[in-house]
Design a protein around this ligand. Structure first.
Ligand code: TNX
Length: 490
């Protein structure tokens, strides 16, 4: 019987076996990875990955021979930069027209070769459905060591994902080393050298970092040494106190956007850190600022004073987002935001260039309820959107939200077009949907150690990767589990 191609996660899109009787590929002790300049780093990573998997291999720059893995620029059958083609003959030849596609091709080969050193002859052509497939880590609340982050970069790359959002600031910590404001940096943080290491490693695996410094809420760590900039409520009844969202940093986590010094501090932070990241994006946060504006009448006064009569208190955060977006754009980056900051606007509209990560449909209530702007309202206004549906994409490692974590089975039953409120985009706007991520939130940073997070995270990442690459295709979840077991984890 003809040899079967080993499984991969996510599954490959197209496989054309060679004519019966054709010999396939065998990885042997003499095999090398042959790549020239452009793909040399990708080849190096594959060599490390195979070596880690117990199949040590060296790299070479030219003169490929039977048994070699060959990486070269070339046709893939589609113009998608993430596409790749693998031809299995006496060589394993991966072609791509971009390093993104080449990385995916090498990771597919890695998954096969970890299962079998012999592969049948044939051709694979592959590319993803969605352009954004990723993982977010809340390292603001729970600090994740550099080696752990690098292992998660490998996990994401292994699943042919391409984004890692680093939520770098929240209640418990500010994780970057600030030179302009050293007082905001937490004891546990990424030094400039750590950051360079993470960025270089991510880049070499085709993973783009989306940095996020959450503002103007969730800013406790930044505001600890800037108490004069904390937004103070005019009223705190016992009921208000009970409703204060401590996960969002409570009262102490909001910066006072009526104070010009707040904009100065934020401008300093953005101008210091935005240029340190090579990716295309910067995430401004903008979640969970104020939902009950009656407690903060100063925001209404500021709104009418700044934007004119008819402005709503909720315009303050919209004005903030547009202002901050211009700083980000001045560095050539595209700003991203969480959606809920825009639920109470009156006169102002968020700049359509803002990429919206849509996690909650309510305006301050439970995420599944209506009340806020719908996904369609954002896409109609020209935004592109990422589906960050609270269920099932959130994985809270602890705290009350952990009780709401969807099991991976539910993530399997979902699909990336389905938003948190049960809506989908109209056909005309579907191309504005970029994709999704698995979001790791550490509301209670003591609940799980980084090591304890790995297994439940990987289960969800595998499902998310399949959802976004080519869909579940009617496969039953237990069969998918068998596939993930077969590819295991390096
Ligand atoms: C909402 S999503 C948050 C996070 C929490 C998460 C889980 C978002 C932008 N804000 O701060 O960690 O829910 O409780």
């Amino acid at each position: 019987m003809a040899q079967q191609l080993p499984v991969t996660v996510p599954s490959i899109r197209h496989w054309e076996p060679a004519a019966a009787g054709t010999t396939g590929f065998t990885l042997g002790p003499e095999s090398r990875i042959v790549a020239d300049g452009e793909y040399r780093e990708t080849a190096q990573r594959l060599a490390e990955d195979l070596t880690r998997a117990g199949k040590p291999i060296s790299t070479a720059e030219n003169d490929d021979r039977p048994g070699d893995i060959v990486l070269r620029r070339g046709e893939t059958g589609t113009p998608d930069a993430e596409s790749y083609r693998i031809v299995l003959t006496d060589r394993l030849t991966i072609t791509a027209n971009d390093s993104a596609g080449m990385t995916h091709g090498t990771q597919t080969a890695l998954q096969w070769l970890r299962q079998s050193s012999t592969l049948p002859g044939g051709t694979v052509e592959d590319h993803p459905d969605y352009t954004e497939r990723g993982l977010m880590l809340d390292t603001g609340r729970e600090f994740f060591p550099v080696d752990w982050v690098k292992a998660r970069i490998r996990d994401a790359a292994y699943l042919r994902m391409n984004l890692l959002q680093l939520h770098l600031s929240d209640t418990q910590g500010f994780r970057l080393a600030s030179i302009t404001h050293p007082e905001i940096t937490s004891p546990e943080h990424y030094s400039a050298a750590d950051l360079r290491e993470i960025l270089a490693y991510a880049r070499s695996y085709g993973i783009e970092i989306v940095p996020e410094i959450d503002m103007p809420s969730h800013m406790n760590a930044i505001l600890a040494e800037h108490q004069d900039l904390v937004l103070r409520p005019a009223r705190t009844t016992a009921q208000d106190a009970a409703q204060d969202n401590t996960i969002a940093g409570g009262v102490g986590g909001k910066i006072d956007l009526t104070n010009p010094a707040a904009y100065q501090l934020i401008s300093d932070i953005l101008r210091e850190f935005v240029p340190q990241f090579p990716g295309r994006y910067w995430h401004l946060g903008c979640d969970e600022y104020v939902s009950d504006y009656t407690r903060y009448p100063q925001l209404g006064d500021y709104a009418t004073g700044t934007f004119g009569p008819g402005a709503e208190p909720g315009d303050v955060i919209v004005g903030f987002a547009n202002w901050a977006a211009e700083i980000v754009e001045s560095f050539g980056k595209t700003p991203r935001v969480w959606n809920d900051g825009f639920d109470h606007a009156g006169l102002l509209s968020p700049k359509p260039e803002l990429v919206v990560q849509y996690w909650s449909s309510s305006a301050g209530g439970l995420p599944w309820l209506p009340g806020g702007r719908t996904p369609e309202e954002f896409t109609r206004a020209g935004h592109s959107i990422l589906n960050a549906a609270f269920t099932p994409t959130y994985f809270a490692t602890g705290g009350p939200a952990a009780a709401l974590n969807a099991p991976p089975e539910l993530l399997w039953a979902w699909d990336p077009g389905l938003f948190v409120n049960g809506q989908r985009l109209p056909e005309s706007d579907r191309s504005r949907l970029r994709g999704s991520m698995v979001f790791v939130w550490c509301d209670d940073p003591t609940a799980l150690t980084p090591e304890q997070i790995v297994t439940p995270l990987r289960a969800r990442l595998a499902v998310m990767a399949q959802q976004l690459w080519s869909g579940t295709g009617g496969l039953a979840y237990p069969e998918f589990i068998a596939r993930t077991a077969a590819v295991a984890w390096p």
